[in-house]
Design a binder for this molecule. Structure first.
Ligand code: SAM
Length: 398
C-alpha cells in the first residue's frame, strides 16, 4: 500500500464502520497510521500562541498500543515534532485519544459534536522552580488549545484560508472565495479528488497556497496540483504537486487516467485562451458526474496578448467564447433542427454559472426535453380557443 493509498483509505474510515479501521491497522500498523494522523493534526493546527515554550504529547491509542508524538511549541516558530529519543523533552501535558475517535474528528462529518473523547493529563510533574508555575500553567493551557485546533474537521472560511496561506483568490485583485464557498459547500464533507492547474509561487517561493487552502477546506479531499515547474517539494499527505504543461492535451489525459476522475477541476494556470480551451476539452471528460469544472481569470478573454479579443463581443476561441458555446450546448434540446448527434458537452453540461472573471461549469446528464412545439398555436387551436396570435393587439409582435 502506498502512502497515498493509506491516507485515502483513512479519510474513508471517517464514515465507515469501525471494522474498516481495524482492518487498516492490521494491514499498515498503528505506527504508520499514527504518523499520518499526527501529520494531519499538525497541518490543521493554528499558530502557537503560548507565551513560554511548551512540550506537549498527542497519544493515539488502539488495542493496548500507543502512538505518541511530542510537539514542541515555541512562541513565533512553527510547531516542531521532537524525535522519539530527544531527552530534552519536558512534557507538560498529555492529550490521549482512541484512534477511532481521532479518525472521526479528522475525517468524520462536519459539525459533529465531540466531547470527552480526550483524556487530558495536565502538568503531570510539578515544575522544579515553583515561581515559574503561573507562566507554565498559562502556556500549557494555550498549547493544548493549539493542539486541539488541529484535531477537528472544522475550518475557517475560504476567505480567511486564502489570506492565511497566501493565495490571491481573495482580498487582492480577485474576489473568488465567496463564489467558491457557494459552489463547493456541498462537496465539503465528501472524500473528493480535486485537481488545480497552476500551483503558483515564484523564484525561491515554492508556492502551493491554494492547494493548502483546498486541503484544509476539504478535510477528506485528495488534492492534486499541476504546474509547468517542478513543485514536488510541496508533496505531503493528501497533496500532490504534479509537473506538466496544460497546453499538452496528451499529457493532461495521461495525468487524468492516473489520478482521476476528479470531483472538481480548477484552471488557474497560464490563462492563455488557447490553453484554457485545450485543458477544458482534455479534462472535462475526467470530471465525475455531479462534479464541477472551474475557470478563473476570464479577464484574459479580453486581452489580445493572451489570445483574447478586446470586446465588446469576445471571439469563440476565447475562454468567454467557450462559456457562451456551453450555454448554447446546454440548450441543444431547443435547437431547430435538432442535432443528429450530440457533442459531449451537449450531453453533459448541466449548468454554467459565470461571475466576474470566474465560471463554474456543472457536469451531469443534460437530458431535459424541450417544450413541445405543439404547445404553441396548435394546442390552442385544438382547444377551439383564441390563439395567442389572434389574441395579439394590432402591431404587437411575437
Ligand atoms: C496564478 S498562478 C497559480 C496560483 C494558485 N493557483 C493560487 O491560487 O495561489 C499560475 C501558475 O500557473 C503555472 N503555469 C503557467 N503556465 C502553465 C502551463 N502551460 N501549464 C501548467 N501550469 C502553468 C505557473 O507556473 C504558475 O505557478
Amino acid at each position: 500500500m502506498t502512502p497515498d493509498q493509506l491516507t485515502e483509505r483513512l479519510t474513508l474510515c471517517g464514515t465507515a464502520p469501525d471494522s474498516e479501521l481495524a482492518a487498516l491497522v492490521k494491514e499498515a500498523g498503528l505506527e504508520q497510521i499514527g504518523a499520518v494522523l499526527a501529520d494531519e493534526v499538525l497541518f490543521r493546527c493554528d499558530e502557537p500562541v503560548n507565551t513560554t515554550p511548551v512540550d506537549i504529547a498527542l497519544e493515539i491509542l488502539h488495542g493496548g498500543e500507543t502512538h505518541r508524538v511530542v510537539l514542541r511549541m515555541v512562541p513565533g516558530t512553527p510547531i516542531r515534532v521532537l524525535d522519539g529519543g530527544d531527552t530534552s523533552a519536558v512534557i507538560r501535558r498529555h492529550l490521549r485519544i482512541e484512534l477511532s475517535d481521532l479518525v472521526q474528528r479528522l475525517y468524520g462529518p462536519l459539525h459533529r459534536q465531540h466531547s470527552g473523547d480526550f483524556t487530558d493529563i495536565f502538568l503531570p510533574d510539578r515544575p522544579e522552580n515553583l515561581s515559574e508555575l503561573p507562566d507554565i500553567l498559562k502556556a500549557t493551557h494555550q498549547a493544548g488549545g493549539t493542539l486541539l485546533s488541529g484535531c477537528t474537521s472544522e475550518a475557517p472560511g475560504l476567505g480567511s484560508l486564502s489570506v492565511k496561506y497566501g493565495s490571491d483568490k481573495w482580498a487582492s485583485f480577485h474576489w473568488y472565495t465567496q463564489h467558491y464557498e457557494n459552489h463547493f459547500a456541498k462537496y465539503r464533507d465528501r472524500p473528493v479528488r480535486v485537481l488545480e492547474i497552476g500551483i503558483g509561487g515564484y523564484a525561491a517561493d515554492l508556492g502551493g497556497p491554494s492547494l493548502k487552502m483546498w486541503k484544509r477546506y476539504f478535510h477528506r479531499g485528495m488534492i492534486f496540483g499541476l504546474d509547468l515547474f517542478d513543485k514536488s517539494a510541496l508533496n505531503q499527505n493528501r497533496l500532490n504537486a504534479l509537473t506538466g504543461d496544460q497546453g499538452n492535451p496528451e499529457g493532461l489525459r495521461e495525468l487524468a487516467e492516473k489520478y482521476g476522475p476528479f470531483d472538481i477541476i480548477i484552471d488557474d494556470g497560464s490563462h492563455e485562451n488557447e490553453h484554457v480551451r485545450v485543458s477544458f476539452d482534455a479534462l472535462f471528460p475526467y470530471v465525475k458526474p455531479g462534479g464541477l469544472y472551474v475557470i478563473e481569470d476570464l479577464q484574459t478573454a479580453y486581452w489580445p496578448r493572451f489570445g483574447g479579443t478586446p470586446g465588446p463581443v469576445t471571439a469563440p476561441d476565447t475562454s468567454v467564447g467557450l462559456l457562451k458555446r456551453l450555454v448554447d450546448d446546454l440548450h441543444y434540446a431547443e435547437f431547430d433542427p435538432k442535432p443528429e448527434s450530440r457533442s459531449l458537452t451537449q450531453q453533459q453540461v448541466i449548468g454554467v454559472h459565470t461571475y466576474h472573471n470566474i465560471a463554474f461549469i456543472e457536469k451531469g446528464v443534460n437530458g431535459e426535453t424541450s417544450i413541445p412545439a405543439w404547445m404553441d398555436d396548435e394546442a390552442w387551436k385544438a382547444l377551439g380557443a383564441i390563439t395567442p396570435e389572434e389574441g395579439r393587439l394590432e402591431g404587437e409582435s411575437r
